[in-house]
Design a protein around this ligand. Structure first.
Ligand code: SF4
Ligand code: SF4
Length: 444
């Protein structure tokens, strides 16, 4: 049963006409794209949400139709006549009938919004769409319209947005807690030194941790391994410590216009550091800072995911693996790293450079990688759906015969763990940083 199935038809009096969706905030090119949908149904075959909840209404082609139905009826040139109470009811009804104009009511929009948010913004529909519709940006833009008219995000997603605005992280944790993981890891001798603050170093490389790896105890291994591998390789780096703030990805994906303020503040902060390179092990932060921030303001540094940074070090012969890692692994492409930013080869090049390690691919990999369901607000808004999406991915991974499932994103790490737990799978979840550190000799 989905939330939609549970929705009852409201009586007319409790279902007033819907508020008007402001179209002036959406570019004309996007509206043109909406009309480009040929209803071919290719997205139906590939959408990982439709796999688990086969309601036509959540499909890109139907969402496009429903959105057009709402805005075309709300923005009709005949509306001033229809809404004029001085014109007799019979004439207004006649105009509606002749021009096939519907009155859009609250419930129509609320149903549409539920369907709109039942999407992990994984970008699979964009890859397979023969009409080349830029679906992810389209969903994010339409979500923004819905938020600005008071219809989004969904109730369970509001806590995430509120937390980012109040505490600079989506996990409702105090700001000072951002560096707690490092102090604890040092005490437990999991790292040898606390990550240095960039302002106290002359480093040109900033390590941006992201909120998930530093606040979630189950994921902090990614932060620990990233620090250890930079230390082992003798990389001169710094971090922001308590001054690091959420990149705002959660807000952008859910359509919250406050994202723009967060992006602007972060761009100012990061540009002021005089760094050359920002490195992050979080694919969500990577996509947001690399692809989305430049739409808000210019960046004066390059943005690399850790796997790209490692491949660069390999090319420069500064990274050589010496310890064999005798394992069979399969690699899950994070949507934000792979489909969104085109980083498919770097993680595979690094895996293949580690002696003893064997990579076996799942049938859906690279641009066709099946989403784990953790992104786009789905994990918060539809946890059962996310669980089923993760299970589908874990079954695929199990079929390869791999012992470990490797990815390159704290969000995917957490999302896929849900599937491993639900299926009681023998697969072990790993981040790329863990594999790399396993193949490196410790610094004397
Ligand atoms: S694949 Fe593209 S053109 Fe085809 S139905 Fe989906 S959105 Fe429309
Ligand atoms: S972005 Fe992904 S989840 Fe959303 S409609 Fe497209 S394929 Fe489905």
């Amino acid at each position: 049963m989905t939330e939609i199935d549970n929705m009852e038809i409201a009586p007319e009096e409790s279902n007033p006409p819907a508020r008007t969706i402001p179209l002036d905030r959406i570019e004309m090119s996007r509206l043109v794209q909406l009309d480009a949908c040929t209803r071919c149904g290719e997205c139906l075959i590939w959408c990982p949400v439709f796999d688990q909840d086969s309601r036509e209404n959540i499909l890109p082609r139907q969402k496009i139709l429903d959105f057009l139905r709402i805005v075309k009826n709300q923005q009709s040139l005949l509306n001033p006549i229809i809404e004029n109470n001085k014109i007799p009811d019979s004439i207004r009804k006649w105009i509606r009938k002749i021009f096939r104009l519907e009155e859009i009511r609250e419930e129509d929009v609320q149903h549409f919004v539920l369907n709109l948010y039942e999407c992990s913004t994984c970008g699979q529909c964009q890859v397979v769409c023969p009409a080349n519709i830029d679906t992810v940006n389209l969903w994010e833009k339409i979500r923004e319209l819905m938020v600005s008219s008071g219809y989004g995000p969904l109730e369970p997603q509001k806590a995430l947005a509120k937390s980012v605005k109040s505490y600079d992280n989506p996990w409702q944790q105090p700001r000072q807690g951002r560096v707690k993981w490092a102090r604890r890891a040092k005490k437990e001798e999991l790292i040898s030194n606390l990550p240095p603050e960039i302002k106290k170093t002359k480093s040109k490389i900033l390590l941006f941790f992201g909120c998930t790896a530093v606040y979630d105890l189950n994921i902090r291994q990614i932060a620990i391994d990233t620090v250890n591998l930079l230390e082992t390789l003798g990389i001169d780096y710094g971090c922001l410590g308590e001054n690091e703030k959420c990149c705002g990805s959660v807000l952008l994906r859910m359509g919250d216009p406050e994202y723009e303020r967060i992006a602007t503040d972060n761009i100012k902060l990061l540009n002021g550091l005089s760094i050359e390179t920002l490195v992050t092990s979080c694919s969500g932060c990577f996509k947001t800072i690399k692809e989305d921030y430049p739409k808000v303001g210019r960046l004066n540094f390059e943005v690399l995911h850790t796997v790209e940074f490692l491949r660069r070090l390999m090319d420069q012969k500064k990274l050589k693996f010496e310890i064999p890692v005798e394992k069979v692994v399969t690699y899950h492409d994070p949507c934000h790293l792979g489909r969104a930013c085109g980083v498919f080869d770097a993680p595979r090049d690094v895996i293949q450079a580690i002696p003893g390690l064997e990579l076996v691919e799942m049938p859906r990999h690279g641009p066709y990688s099946r989403c784990c369901g953790a992104g786009g607000g789905v994990k918060a808004g539809f946890p059962d759906l996310q669980n089923k999406m993760a299970q589908a991915r874990i079954r695929e991974a199990e079929q390869t015969g791999a012992q470990e499932l490797v990815s390159a994103c704290p969000f995917c790490y957490a999302g896929l763990q849900v599937g491993i737990g639900a299926l009681n799978s023998p697969l072990v979840m790993r981040d790329m940083t863990h594999l790399v550190i396993s193949g490196l000799k410790k610094k004397d």
